[in-house]
Design a binder for this molecule. Structure first.
Ligand code: ZN
Length: 283
């Protein structure tokens, strides 16, 4: 630590300026990880400096951000992506298609066995199926939603301070039965711990879900959507516009859980990606 009080005023100013520059350079974009469940950043051709270029990955529109005068596509890679050569397609203003190629490496996610005492949450009853199917449809629609909005910074703060009890991508086995890989980050915290909005956005889905319990979805624009599951209390409504740091609810143990925690998920171009990539290292 530098004791700023001991420095002459000019040095103090220089320090602040350096800090601001390094903050922009390090934190405006997520960390790049070219693996299933990761994020890649691809520079687009700038054939029109004024208009945001459009780009697509598997026909899904991509988040595009302007940084230091360059247009960058921030691409979410689904956990189901095939390792090897991949491409995104940029549609230029003249209608021409420009192909940008990149490579995805393999990542060996570990297996995690969990015991859920409420067996119905692992093997639902026949009468639960209609509810589960309609909730799946509703979630799918929320995550595929596109809201054109200019984004300048993709910096997130942690929604809850706490131990990361289960990381993204783990292959999950509930009561001895394999289920889908873990599509978010679990943060263990006592029931009632406040959850804050990590980045400004609009609440687009609020509900009590069979597996996910009390849930909140926030749409940040351009296909960047975050979700907060298993809440004890929900403090927002659909349509609410939230700023970074706003309270959205509290940690709970609703839905399919082994104990109180927040499941925090990030979806980018409809791919569930690792939230740790969006957090700065200092917590
Ligand atoms: Zn989880």
């Amino acid at each position: 630590m530098i004791n700023q009080a001991l420095l002459p005023p000019l040095s103090r100013y220089t320090l602040a300026l350096l800090f601001a520059l390094s903050f922009n350079a390090t934190h405006a974009l997520p960390k790049v990880s070219a693996v299933p469940g990761g994020v890649v950043v691809i520079e687009l051709a700038a054939d029109n400096a004024e208009e945001t270029p459009a780009a697509y990955y598997h026909k899904k529109p991509l988040l595009v951000i302007k940084k230091d005068g360059r247009w960058l596509a921030v691409v979410g890679i689904p956990l189901t992506a095939t390792v090897g050569a991949q491409q995104i397609k940029q549609q230029s203003a003249s209608g021409k298609i420009i192909v940008h190629s990149f490579n995805i490496k393999d990542k060996a996610y570990k297996t995690q066995g969990l015991t859920v005492t409420n067996k119905r949450k692992v093997n639902p009853y026949a009468e639960d199926m209609n509810r589960i199917i309609s909730e799946k449809k509703r979630t799918k629609k929320t995550l595929a939603h596109w809201q054109g909005r200019e984004l300048k910074d993709l910096t997130f703060i942690a929604p809850v301070k706490g131990r990361h009890s289960s990381s993204f991508g783990l292959r999950r086995v509930f009561n001895g039965q394999p289920r889908k890989p873990h599509s978010g980050m679990d943060i263990a915290a006592p029931t009632g711990t406040p959850i804050v909005t990590p980045m400004a956005g609009t609440v687009t889905n609020v509900g009590d879900y069979f597996f996910n319990g009390n849930s909140v979805f926030i749409d940040h624009g351009q296909g960047l959507i975050t979700m907060y599951l298993h809440l004890d209390r929900i403090d927002v409504q659909e349509g609410d516009i939230l700023q970074q740091g706003d309270l959205l609810g509290t940690v709970g143990a609703t839905g399919r859980v082994t104990g109180p925690h927040l499941h925090w998920g990030i979806s980018l171009n409809d791919a569930r990606v690792d939230p740790a990539l969006f957090l700065s290292d200092e917590k």
